[in-house]
Design a protein around this ligand. Sequence first.
Ligand SMILES: Cc1ncc(COP(=O)(O)O)c(C=O)c1O
Length: 477
Amino acid sequence: MTDKPPSPDMSPEEFREWGHRFVDWVADYLAHPERYPVLSQVKPGDIRRQLPPAPPLKPEPMEAMLGDLDNIIVPGITHWNHPAFFAYFAVTGSGPGILGELLSAGFNVNGMLWRTSPAFTELEEHVLDWLRQMLGLPPDFKGIVYDTASTSTFHALAAAREAITGYDVSEQGIAGPDAPRLRMYTSSQAHSSVDKAAMAIGLGRRGIVKIPVDREFRMDPVALEAAIKTDLADGWKPFCVSATIGTTSTTSIDPVAEIAEICRRYGLWLHVDAAYAGAAAILPEMRWILEGCENADSFVMNPHKWLFTPVDFSAFYCRRPDVLKRAFSLTPEYLKTAEGDSVTNFMDYGIQLGRRFRSLKFWMVVRYFGVEGLQARIREHIRLGKLFASWVAADSRFEVAAPAPFSVVCFRLKADDAANQKLMDRVNASGKIFISHTRLNDRLTLRFAIGNLRTTEDHVRMAWDLIGEFRGQTPNS
Ligand SMILES: Cc1ncc(COP(=O)(O)O)c(C=O)c1O
């Protein structure tokens, strides 16, 4: 009798066994993230030093990998799924979202064309229409999933440039003698991804004008219009404004309705970056934050920030999908299909050809929690944010540094930058919580961001007590 040849892949039996072990591992991890320091305490190089310099020549047992996961990888993880993660924008990879990721890895489909998986394309179109309804955006906003808001904004700017009448950039390029000197506008508080997108499409730093903000860190529409007029007089070609709902530092809200009116008057493309705060618009009482967005040409929000969907998932909407398609559509012979224009081929709407099946996890998140469940969780985060802000405001040693309309609070010790830096370093080194910082009015400012599903009022209270305790140990304050 001959031996059975080894299975070319992990056998179904082995996959089942290890699948159960790994799901158990993740379930235990999610049940007790607090046993780990939230901010990884390793030093640069610590992880690589423990890894073999060359790949294994022979198969290794799964058991060894599970062991290394615990011993080498976990100590080098900063735990974004930890309830005391209060840095940057706190996020959640929720249970249904994680299982959705597992399914998309299982299918391993590549959604470049409708026929390369019809369910991929149609589910993506469908769940983005659900999200559009949840946000109260009009039906002519057509959605597509990209990896990140940075990529979404890159596509927005490329479409905005494509929309310029008489400037066929996809054919002529950007370097011809007749190429206009393009200018776009965003606020001094906009995310750096806007600058990066401008650099990537060939505008250069000189092609982007930073508009000043008011005392509440919102773009000043009067200054915007003045900048456009000056540029027109100087021979520039204004073509786009990027407004932000929920800026990265303070979560300020640009006056989109007024900005949209200026864009209409001067024929400019309006892009709205609501990467983090857009999620709050699923609450009826917060819907006002999107006022004016119905007049935007493009809009981005990230379910991977505050809609409990594992990284990565950025929802991009465009009211002129024909223009986006013109900017990116190019079909080599081998990708031509009989369905033609009767279907959506997502490869036509972006720089990527191959695409991951991301909509599956978002579909599962929305169905598992239901819209009302999502609303209740976001509402609770906003409540906790306001509670934290009230504790800061009531403590004479601290000050709230900006309005906090969502679940992020900017605050500082009434002391110099060094004291604030020391306070942040100490609380983070404790491993109990993780907070981050920004610079406002040229002063180091601490940021406290709530966004994890496991965060309760007790965690927020513990964090505030810890900050108070370490403040007492901060000399020079
Ligand atoms: C307002 C805003 N826009 C864009 C981004 C970039 O997001 P992503 O990491 O998805 O590219 C961020 C990141 O925090 C952000 O706060």
